[in-house]
Design a binder for this molecule. Structure first.
Ligand code: HDE
Length: 714
């Protein structure tokens, strides 16, 4: 359409026309704006055409005068901010913390003393090593950073899903991270520690051995953020009104219990759904089943710290829950997804030094280094000291001070005064309600030293290992063999095995065997011999702390045309009762028509919905459907993977040919293969799914396990 501006003088050569639509070269497919909304520039000027730049003639040059074009491209060019050096790949959600039990005896912090108080929170989960675009199920530590918007300002617990760390002193952090991330010449591998540089650094850093046991365990391949513990790692301090301090460690305990996947599964999930963890949390929240955690504390005094076997300032050590029980003082629910990923998840800035009155630090040298690092990193990443003005970082209480100006300042002091003391009025420091540092009495000579109390690197690594069930021990061995098999240098492999000899001889033997080392290397010279008197701690095993039911977990129901409607409906009802989640996997994405004519919509076409995406599967097939799927590679993989990953498999009699063609003969049937004959079987099936997996099956079908069993059983 062509319009005319100005009066029509009749003189055609002076008439000025403007194009409101594309020329003949292109068609415009623009749907009307919602509620009549008009697109504008950043200056608020309405835009008439967002499809075509301003040109001189239809095929002529584009004109610089087109300020909308220039502004749009300029803004796009500057969309990226530096990704986090570590924890780049993250996923954040909102929630609320409610306090059930007061810690008034130890602290003045309102968030920990006002029972019933509801504190808004933001939590960002993350992997550590991978870049922003990497996949979710890397073998890695998970970040579990929590920001509490309390009445006394923001309090951050920048936690991980593992309670210890690789190093004891912040000065080693850049080396650790360089070694773990891509090698600098080739720029790979991405999001994995299975390479020479990482294991070289680890082999030369014996203090990392306890952490290595955790990272090689299934803790590093969690099933979901919802089934993960969180740990503040360091010893912090609670401070009362008199300035008396009590040590504290913070814990997040998932109400759903702990759950992880298997390594072979993780590898496949990363291909099938690189967003597996974030999708899982997004779905759980948007479907109305938000996850919850208890906030727990381990509280102990100086006397305990003095008599404890290890230094409470050493971040490579835990305090076993059997020694200092975790007291659950409240809980938080994460029930709101973000409106915008960049504004919230990407721009959120956690800082370990964000504490509120009544909470303070210990002298843990890792924590002290972190207190510098996080503020510094935010300036680089967010580009201005005013990152606290961004809504996700701004406290929910009023901010009043004389800090001013800087890039993107949204908040400047009002009026004439911008200094203190002053005679004009304005905010003043308050010795009563203001933050007071713990009046620690420290003295000593200045020196670059590591305390001798930090020297035992193996005893708790061993304690962790002996606290695992045999299958979990096997997984640690498998993971070490896998990771080290990706190292090219034999001396690097051998050095790790030499450390393992200080932890557990069987583990060292199995790993050396798995790698095919000609002989066991000498044990690494230990600064302090490994203690063998530390008892196993049940709290360290995932299986011992697994879910009590199928609640919150996911069933994949493979259905074909003609499948039993009554069974499908009964399964769905039983799943919803938990409450758990289900998805229909169908040969065609449009769905399947059941034997009563009901159409169920497919959530996944079988090729896009492998069984690794589910905690358990049900094969509800018709005879024809089973015969068809028995010829289909993907369908056979669906079944054989579910079996190989130790999953519970429900099946109708019609599905037997598919099971057989997938390599599961009747002799292979175990308690995890559950016949579904009638609708009434659904409830019992769901009940049977409570344990995580059929672990015994793994010992029968995995070659590495044979070596493991030989080694452990003589
Ligand atoms: Fe971090 N860490 N870290 N870290 N860390 C960062 O801060 C650092 C450590 C943790 O979701 C960075 O904002 C040093 C332990 C989490 O935004 C950076 C040291 C633990 C997150 C940084 C440590 C953590 C980070 C990068 C050794 C577990 C993600 C981006 C002294 C208790 C937070 C950023 C989020 C992020 C430094 C060790 C947890 C560079 C120097 C121990 C969960 O500042």
């Amino acid at each position: 359409m062509t319009g005319t501006i100005g009066k029509d003088t009749g003189a055609q050569s002076h008439a000025q026309t403007f194009e409101t639509q594309t020329g003949e070269g292109g068609e415009l497919h623009q749907l009307p704006g919602k509620d009549g909304q008009v697109l504008t520039t950043q200056q608020g000027v309405p835009v008439s055409d967002d499809q075509n730049s301003l040109k001189l003639g239809e095929r002529g040059p584009t004109l610089l005068e087109d300020f909308h074009l220039r502004e749009k491209i300029f803004h796009f060019d500057h969309e990226r901010i530096p990704e986090r050096v570590v924890h780049a790949r993250g996923f954040g959600v909102h929630g609320t913390f409610t306090l059930d039990e007061s810690l008034a005896e130890f602290t003045t912090a309102k968030v920990l003393t006002e029972v019933g108080e509801k504190t808004p929170m933001f939590v960002r989960f993350s992997t550590v090593a991978g870049n922003k675009g990497s996949f979710d199920l890397a073998r890695d530590v998970r970040g579990f950073a929590a920001k509490f918007y309390t009445k006394e300002g923001n309090w951050d617990i920048v936690a991980n899903n593992i309670p210890v760390f690789f190093i004891q002193d912040a000065i080693k952090f850049p080396d650790l991270v360089h070694a773990a991330k891509q090698e600098p010449d080739r720029g790979f591998p991405q999001a994995q520690t299975a390479h020479d540089n990482f294991w070289d650094f680890i082999g030369l850093t014996p203090e990392s051995m306890h952490m290595i046991m955790w990272v090689m365990s299934d803790r590093a391949i969690p099933r979901s953020f919802r089934f993960m513990e969180g740990f503040g790692v360091h010893t912090f301090r609670l401070i009362d009104a008199e300035g008396k301090g009590t040590f504290v460690k913070f814990h997040f305990k998932p109400k759903l219990g702990l759950q992880s996947v298997m390594w072979n599964e993780a590898v496949k999930i990363n291909g099938a759904d690189p967003d597996f963890h974030r999708r899982d949390l997004w779905d759980a929240i948007t479907m109305g089943t938000p996850p919850e955690w208890d906030l727990g504390v381990q509280i102990f005094d100086d006397a305990f710290a003095d008599e404890f076997e290890f230094d409470v300032l050493d971040a490579t050590k835990i305090i076993p829950e059997e020694q200092v029980p975790v007291r659950r003082i409240g809980s938080f629910v994460l029930d709101r997804v973000v409106d915008n990923f960049f504004a919230e998840t990407e721009q959120v800035a956690f800082c370990t030094q964000n504490v509120v009155p009544g909470i303070g630090f210990s002298n843990d040298p890792l924590l002290q280094g972190r207190n510098f690092s996080y503020l510094d990193t935010q300036l680089k990443r967010l580009g201005s000291p005013n990152f606290t003005h961004i809504p996700i970082n701004a406290p929910k209480v009023e901010v009043q001070n004389f800090q001013q100006d800087g890039h993107m300042a949204m908040r400047n002091p009002k009026g004439r005064v911008n200094y203190e003391p002053n005679s004009w009025g304005g905010p003043r420091a308050d010795p009563q309600s203001g933050y007071r540092h713990f009046p620690a009495q420290d003295s000593g000579r200045k020196a670059q030293v590591r305390s001798a109390t930090f020297a035992d690197h193996y005893s708790q690594a061993r304690q962790f290992f002996i606290s695992q069930t045999p299958i979990e021990q096997k997984h640690i061995g498998d993971a070490l063999v896998f990771e080290l098999s990706k190292c090219e240098r034999i001396d690097i492999r051998e050095r790790i095995v030499s450390h393992l000899r200080n932890i557990d001889e069987t583990l060292a033997t199995v790993v050396a065997g798995g790698l095919g080392l000609p002989a066991l290397p000498e044990a690494f010279p230990a600064a302090v011999p490994t203690r063998t008197d530390l008892p196993p701690s049940e709290a360290l095993s995932i299986i011992a702390r697994g879910p009590q039911s199928f609640a919150g977990r996911k069933l994949g129901i493979l259905v074909t045309d003609g499948a039993s409607a009554s069974l499908v409906k009964a399964l769905v009802a039983a799943v919803e009762k938990q409450p758990a989640i289900y998805e229909f996997v169908t040969p065609k994405i449009a769905g399947a028509t059941l034997d009563d004519g009901t159409m169920v919509e497919g959530k996944q076409k079988i090729d896009g919905g492998p069984s690794v995406l589910y905690d358990a599967v049900a094969l509800v097939l018709s005879e024809d459907g089973a015969a068809m799927l028995a010829e289909d590679k993907t369908a056979k993989d669906f079944v054989s993977d579910a079996f190989g990953h130790g999953k519970f498999i429900g099946y109708t009699a019609e599905a037997l040919p598919l099971l057989e063609r997938a390599g599961i003969a009747s002799a292979d049937h175990d308690e995890g293969l559950i016949a579904l004959e009638k609708a009434g079987d659904a409830t019992a099936f769901l009940k049977a799914l409570a344990p995580l997996r059929v672990w015994d099956r793994e010992l029968k079908i995995d070659l590495d396990a044979a070596g493991f069993l030989e080694a452990t059983q003589g």
